[in-house]
Design a protein around this ligand. Structure first.
Ligand SMILES: Nc1nc2c(ncn2[C@@H]2O[C@H](COP(=O)(O)OP(=O)(O)OP(=O)(O)O)[C@@H](O)[C@H]2O)c(=O)[nH]1
Length: 203
């Protein structure tokens, strides 16, 4: 079964847990325990094939043994980088994280990272307190070749579900392409079989 690992990253209080919980349970509960990092697991079906999805929700509070951002980036196939549209500093953090992902994952031969970074502006319901213009975030997404979404975990269930499903789909396409590159093509497999198969028989 295909394993897809997605890390939801961003600064403290931007709504990472709220987005994950909204996706997993369809509910917005307002307050979320944030004393430890955790990995949520969900089974999904994509194009009729089962997928094991792992969602990583980091903990912003410092404690011994906490994983580093670098480790989180190496662990994941896909990234949902969240900021709060009413908090400019969270946007700057998201920007730094997106740059770090590109730096660490570029040229590693891992799945093509372009379709696997989503920049998400959360708390759209707080637009009367907006500190990050939509156009500015769109520019950053274009510059870093990632996909951009703005939404509210508090108000939108479908939009939240859509970005998680889209991420899983993109990661799954990437993993299939990688699998194809690794496996010899049909005619090549036949050729190898003919040559080595026949030799084995004559020994
Ligand atoms: N108005 C509004 N509040 C939100 C939204 N999403 C999350 N919140 C609130 O923002 C606060 C932080 O949400 P969390 O989901 O705990 O944020 P987090 O990024 O997981 O926080 P840490 O685990 O501390 O890093 C909570 O009080 C949520 O209720 C939203 O879309 N709109």
């Amino acid at each position: 079964m295909n394993e897809i690992k997605v890390a939801v990253l961003g600064s403290e209080g931007v709504g990472k847990s709220a987005l994950i919980v909204r996706f997993l349970t369809r509910r917005f509960i307002g307050e979320y325990a944030s004393s430890s990092e955790c990995i949520y697991r969900k089974r999904l079906s994509v194009d009729g094939k089962p997928i094991n999805l792992q969602l990583y929700d980091p903990c912003s509070q410092a404690y011994e043994g906490r994983s580093t951002v670098n480790e989180q980036i190496q662990w994941a196939h896909g990234f949902i980088v969240v900021y709060d549209i009413s908090d400019r500093s969270s946007f700057l953090t998201a920007k730094a994280i997106v740059h770090l992902i590109r730096e660490l994952r570029l040229g590693t031969g891992k799945r093509n990272v372009d379709s696997l970074i989503f920049l998400v502006g959360n708390k759209q319901d707080l637009c009367h307190m907006r500190e990050v213009r939509r156009e500015e975030a769109q520019c950053l997404a274009a510059e870093c070749r990632c996909q951009f979404y703005e939404l509210s975990a508090a108000e939108h269930h479908q939009e939240v579900a859509l970005i998680f499903f889209k991420m899983v789909q993109n990661a799954n396409v990437g993993s299939k392409a990688k699998e194809r590159r690794r496996r010899p093509s049909g005619s090549m497999a036949k050729l190898i079989n003919n040559v080595f198969g026949k030799r084995r028989k004559s020994v």
